[in-house]
Design a protein around this ligand. Structure first.
Ligand SMILES: Nc1ncnc2c1ncn2[C@@H]1O[C@H](COP(=O)(O)OP(=O)(O)OP(=O)(O)O)[C@@H](O)[C@H]1O
Length: 577
């Protein structure tokens, strides 16, 4: 039942190309006919032409055989073209749907799902559906009709020989289905193992500096060797099964042809069968061999195509339709006030409660430093304001409105969130800055870069804003990455800025400069900065100290430093320098 639904849903993606698909299927049926009729033509050529010594008739049938072959080729070419075109379009639509759905998914989905699995949905699973629509379905229809047409003509010639053919058909299809069942898990392991090797190589390349620095090449090599060996053994195993099962249908064919010779020969001697008819039977067996093997393969593999479809559709269906609540509002002219009211939060992936009744209020334009030991929940606070996650209990409010009631498009303009390790895409600097507003003018981009104080650096590059950064472009230093991320955040002129550890991994001098500039960058903005670095305390109005998901201290930095405080302990003697 579920399978039929998946199947119909796949076919549904052919919308707009139904005519091409329909014509292609008719052509496939015609293909089966032109192929299935050839043995009959051969029979006639022999019986009515050669045996009757009527060469004109023999030549006429020979020409008809050629015509059938030419038509078969033309039908095959057109059907393949039309089907591939229609199914490529269907796959294009499925991929778009899947990608759109993936983007709509909540952060919890990415916490729980391996990225490799998501990639596999969009690549392997769609490929499988594609193969089904363009190739397997064609083969299924072609083989089924060819078998039916052949059986029809065979039955008209000899019931006994047809019985031999039917037994052969059943045995060959069953051998191929068994083969697929046996070899499938091995091919799955091969695919998995190839993935393992690929990720080992990726890891080794990404971590090449560390590997070389630690002289860990041999360890890396022996790990690779072990997995490579596993892949080798699996391939040998698969080849063994393929050799056995790949050849046994020919043995069955040989036996059945011998049976046909036996019964057919007897028939010819008794005058109940003609030489042409026996030749036609033997030709049918040879013609059917390939379609029979394909049929076994397709039937054996059908369930997997449907499983791939159901995995893919699940990713599509489980994505929320819209992140906006029906009564969500646009927040015009925000003041920039942030408030947490008794917020409790647990990450679904681990079930750990990381915020336990957090309440605080940040006034418009106020700058707050959130500090505390590692893992105390500081970054989580920022993620809740940006609504990457939602609290299970309590409320996060902006200007007194629950963030869940603010349209996400509006929230993204008001709140700029710069994560701890901002991702730099392998594109131009211009595109990297304009991520949140791809149609931003050059003026806006330059303005944002100037605010983040990275304009001078960009201008000094030979290709300026068109310089490609990231993996295959120039490599940015830690400070430059942070500033690029800040420029990206400033582009929409947000009222609230959330900075997650902006100075981690920076050397002291770069840190000093960035902190100094942040004073300017954050002017007129509400800012929440997560950091354990004391330098940032100099530019904030207030400090919130978090420990184990609870606020344990709050106050002006200079006041906290004067008295015995956790903050003073955390900062030690570093503050003020
Ligand atoms: N996506 C996630 N899924 C599950 N657990 C998470 C996730 N993100 C963070 N955590 C866990 O939640 C706890 C709080 O994390 P958070 O990043 O908020 O702490 P933090 O105080 O910012 O830490 P640090 O200073 O080390 O960055 C940590 O124990 C962390 O391991």
């Amino acid at each position: 039942m579920g399978s039929t639904r998946q199947f119909m849903r796949i076919l549904g993606y052919l919308k707009g190309h139904e005519l091409e698909f329909g014509i292609a299927m008719i052509l496939v049926v015609l293909m089966s006919y032109t192929n299935g009729v050839i043995p009959v033509l051969i029979r006639n050529a022999i019986d009515k032409g050669i045996s009757a010594k009527n060469y004109d008739v023999a030549i006429r049938y020979a020409l008809l055989i050629i015509l059938a072959g030419v038509l078969n080729g033309a039908f095959s070419f057109s059907a393949r073209y039309l089907l591939t075109k229609a199914s490529q379009h269907a796959i294009y639509m499925i991929r778009m749907d899947a990608f759109r759905a993936i983007q709509r998914h909540r952060m919890e989905f990415f916490d729980k799902t391996f990225s490799g699995q998501i990639i596999s949905r969009i690549t392997n699973d769609t490929e499988r559906i594609m193969a089904f629509l363009s190739f397997r379905l064609r083969m299924l229809v072609y083989s089924s009709f060819l078998i039916l047409i052949s059986l029809y003509y065979m039955l008209r010639m000899s019931g006994r020989l047809t019985l031999v053919a039917v037994v052969t058909i059943i045995v060959v299809v069953m051998i191929n289905m068994t083969y697929i069942k046996k070899v499938r898990p091995i091919y799955d392991s091969i695919r998995h193992q190839t993935g393992v090797l690929a990720s080992l190589v990726t890891g080794a390349i990404a971590g090449i500096k560390t590997i070389k620095a630690l002289a860990a090449e041999n360890y890396s090599l022996s790990k690779f060797d072990k997995d490579n060996e596993k892949l080798y053994s699996l391939n040998v195993k698969a080849t063994k099964i393929t050799s056995i099962y790949g050849n046994s249908p020919f043995l069955v064919l040989g036996l059945s042809m011998s049976a046909m010779f036996y019964y057919g020969g007897k028939g010819i001697i008794a005058g109940t069968l003609t030489v042409g008819e026996l030749t036609a039977f033997l030709t049918y067996m040879l013609t059917l061999m390939w379609p029979l093997r394909a049929l076994g393969f397709i039937i054996g593999d059908m369930q997997r195509t449907l499983a791939a479809a159901s995995r893919l559709f699940e990713v599509i269906d489980s994505a929320p339709e819209s992140v906006d609540a029906p009564d969500a509002v646009d927040l015009e002219n925000p003041r920039g006030e942030v408030e947490f009211r008794n917020v409790w939060f647990t990450y679904e992936a681990t079930g750990r409660t990381v915020l336990k009744g957090v309440s605080f209020k940040v006034k418009p334009g106020e700058k707050v430093l959130i500090t505390g030991p590692p893992g105390s929940g500081k970054s989580t606070i920022l993620k809740l304001i940006a609504r990457l996650y939602e609290p299970q209990k309590g409320e996060v409010l902006i200007d007194g409105i629950d963030v869940r009631k603010i349209k996400i498009s509006s929230l993204r303009k008001i709140v700029a969130y710069v994560p701890q390790e901002p991702f730099i895409f392998n594109r131009s600097i211009k595109e990297n800055i304009a991520l949140a507003k791809p149609d931003a003018s050059m003026e806006e981009i330059v303005k944002a870069a100037k605010i983040a104080k990275i304009h001078d650096f960009i201008s000094s590059l030979p290709k300026g804003y068109n310089t490609v950064v990231g993996e295959k472009g120039i490599t940015l230093s830690g400070g430059q990455r942070q500033r690029l991320a800040l420029a990206r955040a400033m582009l929409l002129n947000p009222k609230i800025v959330l900075l997650d550890d902006p100075v981690s991994n920076l050397d002291l001098e770069t840190e000093r400069k960035l902190v100094e500039d942040l004073k300017d960058i954050l002017r007129d903005k509400t800012a929440l900065i997560v950091s354990q670095r004391p330098s940032l305390a100099r530019i904030v109005d207030r400090v919130i100290v978090l420990k184990d998901g609870r606020i344990v201290e709050e106050g002006k930095p200079e006041e906290l430093l004067k008295r015995e405080s956790i903050f003073r302990e955390l900062v030690g003697g570093e503050y003020g320098g």
